[in-house]
Design a binder for this molecule. Sequence first.
Ligand code: FES
Length: 118
Amino acid sequence: MPKFTSHIFVCCNRREPGHSRGCCDPEGSQALRDAFKTELKRRGLGPLVRANQAGCLDQCELGPTVVIYPQQVWYGHVQIEDVPRIVEETIVAGRVIEDLAIGDDLLNNCKGKMNKPM
Ligand code: FES
């Protein structure tokens, strides 16, 4: 069996309402992870690319958060409608989507802001 080429880790952490850090999946639906799985399957990428449910990735204030390895690309404020372009641009074409990217200066730094309007 060939090795996986990418793992997409999708934060599905759920916290109680009103928590100071919020969370990436307040409904606990795992809908974002499921959207990645559906898109990977639709494109026939499933055998080589995995979309996995992750616990808190510690970028809660920038969530919903996704990290892709081995590319080491972090995305924040990811919505279901972003999934096809993440798969196309980052998984297939190897490009970083700037308006979703969490820059190195923002990782583990909750005070920063991203490019994507909220
Ligand atoms: S709850 Fe998703 S990064 Fe912390």
